[in-house]
Design a protein around this ligand. Sequence first.
Ligand SMILES: *Cc1c(COP(=O)(O)O)cnc(C)c1O
Length: 390
Amino acid sequence: MTKLVRSSSPSAKAAGLLNPPVHRASTITFDNVEAYTGRHSRIYDDVIYGLYGTETTFALEAAIAALEGGHRTVVTSSGTAAISLSLSAFLSAGDHLLVIDTVYRSTRRFCDDVLTAMGVEVSYFDPGVGSDIVAQFRPNTRAIFLETPGSLTFEMPDIAAITAVARAREIVTMIDNTWATPLYFRPIKHGVDVSIAAATKYLSGHSDVMLGAMTAANSDIFRKLKDAARYWGNCVGPDDCYLVHRGLRTLDVRLERHQRNALKLIGWFQQQPEVRHVLYPGIASDPGHAIWRRDFDGATGLFGVLLDDMTPQETSVFFNQFQLFQLGASWGGFESLIVPAWPAPERSCTPVEKGSLIRVHAGLEACDDLIADLSAAFDQLRSFRSGTGS
Ligand SMILES: *Cc1c(COP(=O)(O)O)cnc(C)c1O
């Protein structure tokens, strides 16, 4: 964390400034013709063209790489771009890709719609598979895409067990680590080759920036990621890099508060008769708790709550009652969010428990205010139910 709080850039340090400069550039000029003609040999390390990054970009990439404990990072225009570029960097026609069944919805779409059309074979595996994933390896298996915890349903795969057997077969592993952030889980330490973050969420933290990051475990992986990013024309504006860099300074204190609020809200949910259980690896009753304790340093603000089935009318009564919680799909910002979720259509081989699932993001508001808002919604639901005699 000290590294994050103090991370800057060379010219800022030389000038005595605490923050990296916001450099806007397309054209970069060179001192002599030799430097100009030789510029492409320095593409990975120097500022040679705006598309490939400026000091502002490199400063953010260095800060994220330090946090990840990785070799180097490439930032992307969104979390989605970090996912599609990572996959594109390693897969071509005839390859087989294994994808965790609890993957984020747009990742699944990219695999099924884009990679399949490119001639990549895609198959899904149960998050609980562990080292038995070897049974699903094919001669052409080239990559494994992971996400922890599972999108919407919060399952906890055993990352080290999967990466160990993948490594033995030289299969590349990538992970979407957006929920924990590299502050609470460091995938590269657990054998993953590419650690992906939707920086749009907690790294930025203020609900105003779209940005992604792909961090490589070593220099070969880094070059492939950087090449994919430049060939596909990926570029991030300097203001967005600057804002995410600023967000990183307070990541630790924000996450502490998100976690504390989440735990308080969860305690409250668990006392409501309509709640069957809460999906959050940070609580002892969660099936993924043992792995979470072993591998993670904390839990963040996003969790699921499984309720007894609600009718469409009850769903409207419940969700339209909120004054403080807002309905919105992204999360990781300062505000609390609540939405209904339907994971079942997005699963190929994992059963989904029946009931009504809601997804909650605990923001940074005072917890008592949030609980009052939740109480009012549950009261509204109860009086609706008693009024309709159901
Ligand atoms: C939001 C999110 C993404 C996509 O990030 P964007 O920046 O919105 O494109 C990817 N994975 C997970 C787990 C996310 O929550």
